[in-house]
Design a protein around this ligand. Sequence first.
Ligand code: HEM
Length: 510
Amino acid sequence: MMESPALVAISALIVGATIWVSWTWATSRALRPFPPGPKPRPIIGNLFDLPQEHAAKRYSDWEKKYNSKILHASSLGTHILVLNKLEDAIELLETRSYKYSDRPYSPIIDMVGLNGHVALMQYGNFWRLHKKVCQQNLREKASQLYYPIQLQKVRHFLKNLLETPDDFQRHNKLLSVGIPLATMYGYDLEGVDDPYITAADESAFLVGQLLRPGGSLINVFPLLRHIPAWFPGAVSRRIAERARQLITETMRIPMDDLKKRMAERPVPPSLVSSFLERKNAGMASDEEEEVIKGVAYTIYAGASDTTISATSTFFYLMATHPDVQRKAQEELDRVVGFSHLPSFEDRHQMPYVDGIYREILRLHPPLGLGVAHVLTTDDHYKGYFIPKGTIVFANIWAMNHDEEVYEHPSKFMPERFLDNSGALTKDHRALAYGFGRRICVGKHVASSSMWLIIASVLAAFEISQAKDENGNEILIDDEYQDENGFTQHKAPFRCSITPRSYRVKDLLSE
Ligand code: HEM
């Protein structure tokens, strides 16, 4: 918690009394077996049992401990349900999606100015309005409009890799943030030190701190949000204030830049420029501009970190699996040849490369626990009671490592997605994109970006483990880090990235 001890103590007393009443009431009700899970303590429930790091894997361990794939815990009066099995996620989050599609409420979201963030929005008409704009611009057909930008950005990425291969993580960030900013605003990043990235990084860090479990007392006791920022001990209020300024900046910088460019000359098409053209022609309102701003910001936030994570995993798995890399390169050489780099038309002819894309998202889903859903009315499932307001996590990591579904689930085996004839299996769905009405609305853009990155890098480069000064390979461990408890990122590692032939330089200068 970030507040002063006095503030924490007073709040804890009030919160404790409130929770005590509701807990006593709740536990006195008969016929309410919750799903298995750790035994709750009075008032605080399982506050100290909840994993703070690598939560998806820890909840996967709970499965063995409590002998159940549906797990329950509570924290300060809030119920938490974890679904480790795909069938349960489909039944609850999809078949019953009409009541499992809300998001957890936190006053922090309003305080920092993220109420236009689609992924954090409460279920209802405001969300529907934003979701409609997302769908119109990101559905499969519409997402193909972004192909030219994706191609341009990935080619630039390859050039950067050629020049300074050891900086591949910085190039990855420039690419993964650059694609959504270019598609939303036609904004070209100057580099990873661009003021936009600096503000976005700091705000993401601060918001992550406040929103993580136990991050701020305001999440437990919303009235504390009204305490002024200058009040002694009101640390969260001050952090929220700073985050709000930064988030306003990240929304303002690319918007102002675009308006300025539009006033000077014709600009390349982007989601926001198309909207502003309509607005300048008197066909859209200021309210609609707010929606567009929120959507563009969400797309930046939703797309960049997840793409950074998946791209980093790709480099790691290629460096550690030369056999897989060789097979993919054989396929690329056969289908694409050596006179040009891969383009989207080649995709359907290269099932093995697609298998790599699927296997990366299976083995290391960027969001192992997805994004929390919330249940809006009481429910019963498999004899268990699930109360209204329960926070529900689909444990994507556990589902992707289910031994009943995937043979040797911890192994990187792209061929698991190919049938006997070498064609891609049809029944697969990438669970990494989540479930039901809140499923990732950018999954087509994500899929094309990731595929193009994988195919282009493998066509141009050889990736291997880096060597030390004595010529020995520097082994890469399997460590992943939680970023603010949300996105999982491969822990820093080194690898060697060398051009496959002298032609690469010529191809990239065309
Ligand atoms: C590998 C890349 C990506 C992964 C793994 C990913 C994963 C996810 C997941 C797990 C969710 C929550 C689903 C749920 O609640 O069940 C989500 C939501 C969302 N994603 Fe993605 N995402 C990726 C890329 C993108 C991209 C490229 C965009 C935009 C172009 C995007 C836009 C969104 C939006 C707007 C939501 C919120 C949907 C809602 O709450 O209604 N994502 N994503």
